[in-house]
Design a protein around this ligand. Structure first.
Ligand SMILES: Nc1ncnc2c1ncn2[C@@H]1O[C@H](COP(=O)(O)OP(=O)(O)OP(=O)(O)O)[C@@H](O)[C@H]1O
Length: 557
């Protein structure tokens, strides 16, 4: 688990393209680093003091990178001091330094350094602690350290932490505990919590984790489905038994608007917790109308409702809109707000044009870089299908997943991918957020994603839970504008890049117009190779037969 903590703290990335595989906590070398840091600080201080004419301010770039290095060293130094238990502000400061956690708001509670730490400050169910133990979670991740106490104090929250850093448990642990506390006090048939997720797949995943985490606690948790909605609407369910509902926004709106208002079978005004996972998605243009409808229905006459928002990316504009829903919130940021998880090696591959992408992919297949399991992202359903047909006969055990597939087909493909029966999953952005596949070796962006956020989430399907991962993005001449935000994400992660790419990243011209717009791309050839081979063979036979006829009677020409 230490490996996981080190990686989620982002302390493993050296400032090169390569990700270090040395996860051991700096031990013997720590004293050396500390001395080096001291010496550097002294040197810096002296040079500042003798810099009477302030000429050094022009060296700020070099100094900035030096500062970054120093910050890392400082983190390593603090790591030694990371407390096992947090009881004072100073210990909280040390833990936050190690965790790269920035917390703002009023009356911020102390973080926890271990799951046992909760026991000394809150009443916590022994079953919940036992379940955490059985599932192998012995220490909270950076985000969990902060959000578990905040949530247990029933405070509104907006939290941003890298992909794969444990945000699901960061909201489920305190939620399950509080629901049980209420259940012990209250009547049983009151709905207490709703978790919103932008996709059905993610909702299902959260549901499965919630079941495991609450095992033996007697809670009734459900995933809204068409058939369950129908039972509520038709009065088949007369008395609600669910304490927690996990759903997509549309499914919840369908239920809320079609329930007989007199039945009171589900009273949303008594709801105590509203969790918004992938909150920035829920507040972007695709979902804002639905989210707004839900929030206004649920929050009316419900001052006690606690609202919690989580994501790996929260752009400032979206944060402004989202925060307007929260009351006296605490804001938690782990690492850089717009960066990818440090455990992912990021690479850009220039292919010139669209045809070059197919060549690049086939070249990758020849090389060791194409190690399954792999996820390939494309910008549209049509293109995902086309690539699927193109690669169908390359012996890759591929599948294609997009929103035109039925839910049963989608579930089946995901189950087969998880089992290892599918090696290479071709998909659209429907799978880019939240899904926790174990040990994805490679994420391949066949088409450049439209925003920095899409990029961070897509590549975040690899390098999760402390494992290292790799992401390759193919780009053509058409993508010069679209790769700018990606270059900036890579910069945030300390990936070294050539000078011209650095200049391109800094040049904001043209990006604004291109932002969010899909590039019109040349079609991927959709003719399967077998058909192509047959056609080639047929054409060859016709040519041969013509030649033979010509040889037999040359005068005919
Ligand atoms: N405390 C912990 N110790 C070890 N592993 C953990 C811990 N918490 C979560 N994990 C594991 O980390 C992995 C990623 O967790 P999770 O899916 O919650 O990430 P996330 O931050 O929600 O990512 P995303 O932003 O992509 O949705 C999961 O496999 C989970 O089991």
């Amino acid at each position: 688990m230490d490996i996981f903590r080190v990686l989620t703290r982002g302390a493993s990335l050296k400032k090169t393209k390569e990700i270090t595989t040395d996860y051991s906590l700096p031990g013997a070398s720590k004293q050396g680093k500390k001395d080096k840091l001291k010496a550097k600080n002294l040197e810096k201080q002296v040079s500042k003091e003798i810099d009477f004419f302030k000429t050094n301010k022009f060296q700020d770039k070099a100094e900035a990178s030096e500062d970054e290095e120093e910050e890392e060293e400082e983190v390593a130094f603090y790591e030694k001091k990371a407390p096992n238990k947090v009881t004072t502000e100073e210990e909280a400061r040390q833990l936050r330094k190690v965790n790269k956690a920035k917390i703002t708001g009023d009356d911020i509670p102390l973080p926890i350094a271990s799951f046992n730490d909760i026991k000394s400050r809150f009443t916590i169910s022994p079953e919940l602690l036992a379940n955490l133990d059985v599932l192998g979670f012995d220490k909270p991740t950076a985000i969990q350290s902060e959000t578990i106490p905040i949530s247990l104090f029933h405070r509104d929250l907006i939290a941003c932490a890298p992909t794969g850093s444990g945000k699901t448990l960061a909201f489920l642990v305190p939620l399950i505990q509080q629901i049980q506390d209420l259940k012990n006090k209250n009547e049983d048939d009151v709905l207490k919590g709703v978790i919103l997720s932008p996709t059905k797949e993610l909702a299902k995943q959260i549901y499965e984790v919630a079941l495991k985490l609450s095992k033996g606690m007697g809670l009734n948790i459900t995933l809204l489905s068409k058939s369950l909605n129908a039972k509520f609407k038709n009065g088949v369910i007369k008395k609600n038994k669910y304490e927690l509902i996990i759903t997509t926004p549309l499914r919840l709106i369908d239920l809320m608007t079609n329930l007989d208002p007199s039945s009171k079978v589900l009273d949303f005004q008594k709801l105590k917790f509203l969790i918004m996972d992938e909150a920035d998605k829920l507040f972007d243009k695709t979902f804002i109308a639905q989210t707004d409808e839900i929030v206004s229905k649920i929050t009316t006459n419900n001052a006690k409702l606690q609202k919690l928002m989580f994501s790996a990316t929260i752009p400032s504009k979206i944060e402004q809109i989202a925060s307007s829903v929260l009351i006296d919130p605490i804001r938690v940021i782990i690492g850089h707000k717009e960066a990818a998880n440090d455990s992912i090696e990021q690479k850009l591959v220039y292919t010139g044009n669209e045809e070059g992408k197919l060549l690049a992919i086939r070249q990758l297949i020849q090389e060791s870089e194409f190690r399954p399991p792999i996820i390939i992202f494309l910008q549209s359903i049509a293109r995902a299908k086309a690539l699927y047909h193109e690669l169908l006969y390359d012996n890759l055990k591929i599948e294609v997943l997009h929103s035109e597939k039925t839910q049963t087909q989608r579930d089946d493909i995901i189950a087969r991918f998880k089992k290892g029966d599918v090696w290479c999953l071709i998909c659209t952005d429907v799978l880019s957020r939240g899904l926790d596949f174990k040990k994805i070796n490679l994420v391949l962006n066949y088409d450049v994603p439209l925003t920095a956020q899409d990029y961070v989430h897509r590549i975040g399907r690899t390098g999760r839970g402390g494992k290292i991962g790799k992401a390759i993005t193919l780009y053509t001449n058409q993508d010069t504008q679209l790769i700018k935000p990606i270059l900036n994400v890579m910069k945030q992660n300390g990936v070294e890049m050539e000078g011209w790419l650095q200049n391109l990243a800094a040049d904001k011209k043209g990006y604004r117009e291109a932002k969010g717009k899909r590039v019109e791309r040349k079609q991927i050839s959709t003719v399967p190779r077998v058909v192509k081979m047959k056609r080639k063979h047929k054409n060859q036979m016709i040519e041969d037969s013509k030649k033979r006829k010509l040889q037999q009677s040359p005068n005919k020409l």
